[in-house]
Design a protein around this ligand. Structure first.
Ligand code: DC
Length: 218
């Protein structure tokens, strides 16, 4: 059984997907973390994402892999656990740019499909229901208004001791949505068979319950 959860940045996909996976005893697969890992590599190397061939050459030999430690996904860049290094806005924005490139998407496709073939998964991302797992038993399109998503991210960063600017976060979120929805390859979109959940005015528990209810119909 596979549950695909797609939606824009900051919709709460990872929080929700983790809880759904825990309740059902499935594995949670965060595909955004894989794109963020490629982005971290490109940022370190100083590769320009406008140069598709340079990106293709640079990422050719890197290995991105996933392991689970106490049930929590850890992402590796070659032998380095980079899980704690990929949650910055800089990496997120780079991931959005890099993920528009075919060579980057192709690099991660097999890893994502393999995980879903070997386990019951709750997988979140942008193109899971539309492209990676078109036959997923349950497909959810999870969204919330840009203002609500910006406020959530603002609170998250503040809790981490950072000093974010709400207006900047909202502008970044809107720019990232545009980039992810308007790219040519595997853009973010709600497929016809996906259930739309707008979490703007829902609690985490309500969203989790709604998804489990959908999954139980299958
Ligand atoms: O969900 P996130 O913020 O960690 O994702 C970072 C970026 O990675 C996002 O802006 C677009 C890209 N991404 C993608 O193109 N496809 C996915 N399945 C997951 C993420």
């Amino acid at each position: 059984m596979n549950i695909a959860i797609d939606g824009p940045a900051g919709a709460g996909k990872s929080t929700i997907a983790k809880l759904v996976a825990k309740k059902l005893g499935y594995i949670y697969v965060d595909t955004g973390a894989m794109y963020r890992t490629v982005a971290l590599f490109l940022l370190r190397k100083g590769t320009d994402t406008d140069q598709a061939q340079a990106v293709a050459d640079d990422i050719k030999d890197i290995v991105i892999s996933i392991q689970y430690e106490n049930g929590v996904q850890q992402v590796y860049l070659n032998d380095e656990n980079v899980t704690g290094l990929i949650r910055t806005e800089e990496v997120g924005n780079m991931a959005s740019k890099a993920s528009a490139l075919l060579c980057v998407r192709e690099k991660l496709l097999d890893l994502q499909r393999k995980l879903a073939a070997e386990h019951d998964v709750v997988m979140d991302g942008r193109d899971i229901g539309s492209n990676i797992l078109p036959n997923a038993e349950t497909k959810i399109y999870l969204t919330a208004s840009p203002a609500v998503r910006a406020k959530r991210r603002f609170d998250e960063l503040s809790e981490r001791g950072e000093t974010p600017v709400l207006e900047k976060i909202e502008a970044d979120i809107i720019a990232r949505d545009k980039q992810d929805m308007e790219r040519e390859i595997a853009p973010l979109k709600q497929t016809e068979d996906a259930v739309l959940i707008d979490s703007s005015y829902m609690s985490i528990e309500e969203v989790v319950a709604a998804i489990i209810d959908e999954a139980s119909k299958k």
